[in-house]
Design a protein around this ligand. Structure first.
Ligand SMILES: [Zn+2]
Length: 346
């Protein structure tokens, strides 16, 4: 087993503080509210920046365990600063993930991205980054506040995996007057969405300039959330109009929706009915599943433990059902899957 030797020899970890926490005067604050009055813990937390190993944090092993249990830090296997991407080869042109909201790339492709981050230039483009959606109780639901927190989570995640990040700063459905479940999943395009679709197509063209040959990943639109479907539909129209695109394009399975609804056929048939043929590619991401689930904890304002369970279950199910096709003798494992658009050349 290559790699395991190194891990056994070096068990030190590099704790990093989640962006929601601040430390002042021996008190730990969560989004501005005091939550933990413990001078020692506050001192250590203040120094958890992802580049000092736990062993150097003033004999603070118990404190580190405590902070981790409280969800205030993540323990990284390598220092944060050393995680810059290093494009490996000439033919490695990077990949761009179009993420409808601030957490979708991480939820849907977090293990694959973690596995590629070392040698691939990864760019995440978060489209509807203006938001007032959060699962946190007691937090102001004002868009400016929620948007600020969600962007901080997205930036933190990008740093964790060494990815570049861009925000399109478009308003999510809730901010466009679609403020109940029916408006989010049973809907028709309104004038606003038609306009947004045009804007998105222009943005795709602008964003991929300079990324000739990069792989482009768009959501499949599973779960029918209007923002996800809007990104998919804009991508399809744009691909059909851009006949000579030099980029490989794929649609990813939106999580946790893929795990809950479990039926991809309508989305795949829709793409086909538009004139695009796709083929599945399965990625064995078993060694990176733990890292994916850990990194998802960056999104405190969005992701509940139940969502993590959906993410894990789905990846395990993909492996169980299709793992034999990737020539793997393991009994258990995890997969992520993408649907690549076939070109006339392939
Ligand atoms: Zn989303």
């Amino acid at each position: 087993m290559s790699g395991s030797l190194g891990l056994e020899a070096n068990t030190d970890v590099f704790p990093v503080r989640l962006p929601h926490y601040t430390v002042r005067g021996g008190i730990i604050y969560f989004l501005g509210k005091p939550v933990y009055f413990n001078r020692e813990a506050a001192n250590v937390l203040g120094r958890c920046r992802g580049h000092t190993p736990a062993s150097k944090l003033m004999g603070a092993e118990d404190v580190i365990d405590d902070l981790e249990e409280r969800g205030m830090i993540l323990s990284l296997e390598a220092p944060l600063a050393a995680r810059r991407h290093r494009p490996a080869a000439e033919d490695n042109k990077g990949l761009i993930v179009f993420s409808p909201h601030c957490d979708d790339a991480a939820l849907s492709l977090g293990a694959l991205l973690a596995s590629r981050a070392r040698d691939t230039l990864i760019t995440i483009v978060t489209i509807f980054s203006k938001s007032r959606y959060t699962i946190l109780d007691g937090l102001s639901k004002r868009a400016t506040e929620v948007t600020r927190i969600r962007k901080a989570e997205d930036r933190f995640y990008a740093r964790l995996i060494g990815a570049e990040l861009a925000f399109l700063n478009l308003p999510e459905a809730l901010l466009r007057g679609r403020d109940n479940a029916m408006e989010l999943i049973i809907w028709r395009y309104g004038e606003q969405e038609r306009r947004l679709k045009k804007q998105l197509k222009l943005a795709f063209a602008r964003l991929i300039a300079g990324f000739t040959g990069a792989k482009l990943f768009f959501p499949l639109g599973l779960g029918h959330h209007i923002d996800h479907v809007l990104v998919r539909d804009a991508a399809i129209e744009w691909l059909l109009e851009e006949r000579r695109l030099a980029n490989e394009v794929a649609f990813y399975e939106d999580l946790p929706y893929a795990s809950i609804f479990n039926d991809l056929r309508p989305a795949l048939e829709f793409i086909r009915s538009c004139g695009l043929e796709t083929e599945a590619r399965l990625f064995d991401v078993s060694p990176y599943m733990e890292v994916k689930l850990r990194n998802l904890r960056a999104y405190r304002s969005q992701i509940a433990p139940g969502d993590l369970q959906h993410v894990e279950n789905y990846a395990a199910r993909l492996f169980r059902w299709h793992g034999s096709t990737i020539n793997n003798n393991q009994a258990q494992g995890y997969c992520e899957r993408l649907w690549f658009v076939k070109t006339s050349r392939s």
